[in-house]
Ligand binder design. Sequence first.
Ligand SMILES: NC(=O)c1ccc[n+]([C@@H]2O[C@H](COP(=O)([O-])OP(=O)(O)OC[C@H]3O[C@@H](n4cnc5c(N)ncnc54)[C@H](OP(=O)(O)O)[C@@H]3O)[C@@H](O)[C@H]2O)c1
Length: 271
Amino acid sequence: MTVVLITGASSGIGAGIARLAAERGYDLAITARRLDRLEALRRECEVFGVRVLTIQADLMQKEQVQLIAQTVLNSFGGVDVLINNAGFGRVDWLENLDEGVSIAGQIQVNLVAPIQLTRQVLPTMIARRKGHIINIASIASFIAPPTYSVYAASKFGLHGFTEALRREVAGYGIYVSGVYPGGVATEFAAKAGIERKSRVTTPSWMRLSAEQVAKATLELLDHPRREVVLPGYMSLLIWLNRFAPALVDWIVDRGFVQRERGDLRKGYPQT
Ligand SMILES: NC(=O)c1ccc[n+]([C@@H]2O[C@H](COP(=O)([O-])OP(=O)(O)OC[C@H]3O[C@@H](n4cnc5c(N)ncnc54)[C@H](OP(=O)(O)O)[C@@H]3O)[C@@H](O)[C@H]2O)c1
């Protein structure tokens, strides 16, 4: 019996992972704030004869993160696979982001809650000398686009957490993996409050489906790897950003910032 705990399972990538995991015969603990969505998903997954526990919780609240771990450990006795997937973006220039949900909230849900939840379930994994922790991060863990400053901060942080934890627990037989997708067709963009003057956006042909990300995530259980970048060609952009940052700055400035903000140079003070 394999128990998989998935955060953010009420839509998008998390729901996709839950469906595929149920098809594979894994027992599930699924959590999010929208209980009606979780209950509908539970009924879908139970068709495959697996046990499904739904837990309504808000990852903004530390006590509710603890509640998730306690509920799963009480019901299943342990967690074999933790998938820290829940997250959201607030996409705007930094000066427009509010300090509440858009700054502290993004950091809490995207970075602090995965750390808190991992810390809650880790002792049972260490005791059993097995487990797999998978963090759904983003290409924004490697390349930080303008208007994604706080989101990128949270996802760079999640990447760092993933790397360090992997090295901390490998000796116990526990795997830690990061999944780094580019744009995915989910509710994410609609909730992110993206407003553009220009039409600069991820072209639809480049967008992944939630099912593609879910499939790549669960394949990690068969073939554990440090990281999966999706789609694979995004690795080239990560490489370019790493080794030719001035070129990427220039492209982003010409192709995006100047078109969105107007030509800033006109307003620069003379020196
Ligand atoms: N879509 C993309 O382009 C993309 C690209 C790269 C990485 N990602 C990452 O993939 C992950 C999943 O996103 P998605 O694309 O599937 O978006 P989504 O459809 O909006 O799903 C986000 C999930 O997170 C949950 N969530 C958000 N805030 C929460 C909170 N305060 N407490 C508990 N749960 C919360 C939502 O559930 P409730 O609202 O019901 O609470 C929902 O289930 C995120 O970490 C995101 O950063 C997405």
